[in-house]
Design a protein around this ligand. Structure first.
Ligand code: TGC
Ligand code: FAD
Length: 392
């Protein structure tokens, strides 16, 4: 066998699986992140500010709802869409979250469950980043078990009246429109609630340890009356909300590979430069074992999402397949971030290096969109037919 040098940043030449358009999209987003985000993100993180000045550029680049068709959306395949999220999260999970929420949790439900009028009104604005959306499913007492939500929408003649609250909502205070899930006489349905509607208030959650460069809010509905036409007419039960989560979980499975790569790359170069006991840190066996583990797990995760993208393109994807990728890739990325943080010693705790920030972000990414253990139970049910959630 010819002895060739391996590329430590693409060990299995995974890039060869991508076509020219996909490679160009990846390169464009990677350069955008290098140019616009990397120099400012540590400061945004420390100040707990979302880099909102990037929204117009994100819109112009076509990154919002990029795998949807029509209404100005780019209509990309799911590999290209995944690569966008990977490159965004190589910068920071907060910007990737913004794009995931806008595309998968706001544009997708309007696209899939909305009326023609709702689609025409919102999708072009959301695609350009001229309007921002949020997705309200979680409640203070209903996170992993959204079916137990208490928020209610009572039908009046030509309106619905909403009462309740939603917690931990990305983009809540900056959103022009909230996709809100509520109990009705007809089961759980989705609604569009516009900013400024009387009885609707949003407040930011302060003091977060993770995703500090992302807006997270609580939404309050107190006799909040919305026109009946703000119901997303094709929503039918919790299943519709879970269909949105499938879209977002798919994107997260790609995104976290970007964060893992950023940490691994920093650990590799740091350990080469850092001299300890008279030798580069990278020459010690225990460090090499960690690096070998990281590149193996990243490579497995890359191949997993590439295959998943093909299943999604062909509409052969199942929710449990997405759960497997979300669960594995978030775990993999968080373990790599934790290990990298450790390998950088004290420096790993400073904003100057990316590893600590990614590590904190990934703790939240492992929790949102279904915790690691919720996805374990989804897989358990898919394999055995027994539901172990505890509600059946
Ligand atoms: P269950 O009885 O199992 O299901 C109710 C109905 O839904 C169907 N279903 C799904 N359909 C589509 N996609 C899925 N993933 C589905 N999972 C289940 C199911 O077949 C059933 O259909 P039908 O026709 O019989 O009515 O529901 P359950 O109440 O037992 O709960 C199941 C469970 C625990 C898996 C689910 O509720 C769950 O996934 N919990 C986790 C909640 C979660 O992920 N929340 C995320 C909130 S959004 C967020 O975090 C945004 S973060 C920001 C960012 O993305 O960046
Ligand atoms: P809980 O459900 O209380 O879970 C606590 C622990 O119990 C977890 O370890 C969990 O795995 C475990 N557990 C739960 N059920 C079981 C079981 N049956 N068996 C064994 N263990 C179990 N939500 C939205 O709707 N929209 C958003 O935009 C949004 N953005 C978010 C942004 C951030 C930064 C964060 C942190 C969260 C966000 N969320 C959002 C909420 C997120 O989806 C929930 O936090 C998540 O679903 C978990 O719910 P919980 O926090 O209530 O935890």
């Amino acid at each position: 066998m010819i002895k060739k040098k391996n590329n430590p940043f693409d060990f299995y030449n995974v890039e060869e699986l991508f076509d020219d358009d996909e490679k160009l999209i990846q390169k464009t987003v990677r350069e955008f992140i290098r140019r616009e985000l990397l120099d400012v993100i540590a400061d945004c993180y420390e100040k707990a500010e979302f880099p909102k000045k990037l929204i117009p550029q994100v819109g112009k680049l076509g990154l919002l709802g990029a795998n949807l068709q029509g209404y100005g959306c780019a209509g990309l395949n799911n590999t290209a869409y995944g690569l966008i999220l990977q490159e965004l999260e190589r910068g920071d999970s907060g910007l990737r979250s913004f794009v995931s929420v806008q595309g998968s949790l706001v544009m997708y439900p309007i696209y899939a469950f909305g009326s023609d009028a709702q689609k025409e009104k919102w999708l072009p604005l959301l695609q350009k980043g001229h309007a921002i959306g949020c997705f309200g499913l979680t409640e203070p007492d209903a996170g992993s078990d959204p079916g137990s939500m208490k928020t209610k929408a009572i039908r009046k003649k030509n309106s619905y009246v909403l009462n309740g609250s939603k917690a931990w909502i990305t983009n809540g205070t900056v959103a022009d429109v909230a996709v809100v899930w509520a109990q009705t006489d007809d089961g759980i349905r989705g609604f569009l609630v516009e900013k400024g509607t009387p009885g609707f208030e949003a407040k930011d959650i302060k003091g977060k340890l993770a995703l500090r460069a992302s807006v997270t809010s609580v939404l309050y509905f107190s006799d909040c009356e919305i026109p009946a036409e703000n119901l997303l007419p094709k929503t039918q039960g919790l299943k519709s909300a879970l269909m949105c989560l499938n879209q977002a979980r798919y994107g997260i499975s790609w995104g976290v590979i970007g964060a893992a790569l950023a940490c691994y790359e920093q650990a590799l170069s740091y350990c080469e430069q850092r001299k300890i006991f008279g030798k580069p840190l990278s020459s010690f066996q225990m460090i090499q074992e960690k690096l070998a583990w990281m590149v193996t797990e990243i490579t497995k995760a890359q191949l997993l999402v590439w295959r998943l993208s093909k299943l999604k393109d062909n509409d052969h994807i199942t929710p449990a397949q997405i759960s497997l990728a979300k669960r594995n890739n978030c775990w993999m990325a968080l373990e790599i971030a934790r290990m990298s943080r450790d390998m950088l010693g004290a420096n790993g705790t400073a904003y100057e290096y990316v590893v600590g920030r990614h590590m904190c972000n990934l703790e939240a990414v492992k929790t949102y969109e279904g915790t690691h253990d919720i996805h374990t139970l989804v897989l358990g049910e898919a394999l055995t037919g027994h539901s172990a959630f505890g509600n059946k």
